[in-house]
Design a binder for this molecule. Structure first.
Ligand SMILES: C[S@@+](CC[C@H](N)C(=O)[O-])C[C@H]1O[C@@H](n2cnc3c(N)ncnc32)[C@H](O)[C@@H]1O
Length: 244
């Protein structure tokens, strides 16, 4: 069992933070449709609890979801029995020949896999490019530097019926690393169970990501929303096309 998105945070992400995946899905399906990708395999990297995989499956695509969190994949397998799921780092996974690769919710920023850096990002983009069929598309979003407006850490909380999550965020302006300290309380029987996680993310600048995608051979568009779903501040989505 790894240390991130363990059982309680995976549950809380699924029940309390599903909007990103669910509200992005119609916009993504629209991009696929515009790109004449109306069937075939979508690889969903950092698929989490399978919310987007379920939407893609409903639209008759085949889906392979890959996530580093066992607990996320456990929920995903129950939710979408028709899709395939693997517990693996997206930076190391073999990506099979496919029509589209999707990664929603700033998955490429996470430093869970210490091999994630700007050099391995290019290698990762090459692997995706090689896996995509000509005319295929890679759609993903990233968090950029500037997540916090001031230099001081901020703290907030979000609550649901039987859980609460407390988050402290701190951005190091020099290393461009965002650290989220996360404390969860989830009701189990009569008591609330506490768990703690620390998530570090390398924040990537949009211009650098665009340059790397072009270096690999992609044609690149960027957008601040997936259809009707606007991304939060200091986030950007990329639509990277492999020429037909
Ligand atoms: C914010 S969640 C988004 C989940 C899902 N895409 C969604 O939109 O609901 C980020 C996901 O990325 C996964 N993740 C982070 N680093 C990863 C890596 N190196 N390999 C695979 N999954 C990773 C996490 O486990 C988590 O499920």
């Amino acid at each position: 069992m790894n240390e991130w998105y363990k059982e309680d945070l995976a549950f809380i992400h699924d029940v309390g933070f599903g909007d990103w995946a669910l509200k992005s899905a119609p916009g993504i399906l629209e991009i696929l449709n515009r790109s004449q990708i109306r069937e075939g395999l979508i690889v969903d990297l950092g698929c989490g609890s399978g919310l987007s995989a379920q939407e893609f499956t409903k639209a008759d695509y085949k889906v392979l979801g890959i996530d580093i969190s066992e607990s996320m994949i456990e929920i995903a397998r129950t939710r979408v029995p028709d899709a395939d799921f693997r517990v693996e780092s997206l930076f190391k996974a073999d990506i099979p020949p496919c029509n589209a690769v999707i990664s929603l919710g700033e998955c490429l920023n996470y430093l869970f896999d210490l091999d994630n850096n700007s050099q391995t990002l290019v290698e990762f983009f090459y692997r995706i490019y090689n896996a995509l069929t000509p005319g295929g598309v890679f759609i993903f979003d990233i968090a950029e530097p500037g997540q916090l407006t001031s230099g001081t850490p901020i703290k907030n909380f979000t609550e649901g019926e039987d859980w609460i999550v407390l988050v402290q965020k701190e951005e190091d302006r020099d290393s461009e690393i965002l650290t989220r300290r996360i404390i969860t309380f989830r009701k189990v029987g009569e008591h609330y169970r506490r768990d703690d996680e620390v998530h570090r993310q390398q924040l990537y600048k949009a211009a650098d990501v665009t340059a790397k995608l072009r270096q690999v051979g992609f044609e690149v568009e960027t957008t601040q929303s997936y259809g009707q779903f606007p991304l939060p501040k200091a986030h950007l989505a990329f639509i990277a096309y492999k020429p037909a």
